[in-house]
Design a binder for this molecule. Structure first.
Ligand code: ZN
Length: 107
């Protein structure tokens, strides 16, 4: 049996979700983690996880396995899709910013 990478495992277990916001048509991806969900913007690319944050400040490696999983899920159409309104997009952004602010307090 072929060895599955962490990325394959995340996609195969259905933990990647695509959220489409109306009427703007913006999209945001989430990967369900063991403790918290991670928010991914594939166009930036951006992920709200700690790995991505540390990679970003230490090197030019702007990726993490959540971004890889979201890319793979998109390519292979293996994701859950939900439609939300733009008001909810703002609420999610506020939650992400709060999360980042909490992490930055240590620096
Ligand atoms: Zn990540």
């Amino acid at each position: 049996m072929a060895q599955h990478s962490k990325v394959d495992e995340v996609v195969a277990s259905g933990r990647v979700k695509r959220h489409i916001f109306k009427p703007s048509g913006r999209e945001l991806w989430t990967v369900v983690g063991s403790r918290i969900d991670h928010y991914i913007d594939l166009e930036q690319p951006y992920c709200s996880c700690k790995d991505f944050y540390y990679h970003m400040i230490r090197s030019s490696n702007r990726t993490c396995y959540h971004i890889e999983a979201a890319r793979l899920a998109k390519q292979t159409n293996r994701y859950t899709e939900t439609t939300l309104n733009d008001e909810e997009y703002q609420q999610i952004l506020v939650a992400i910013i709060k999360d980042l602010t909490a992490k930055k307090k240590k620096i």
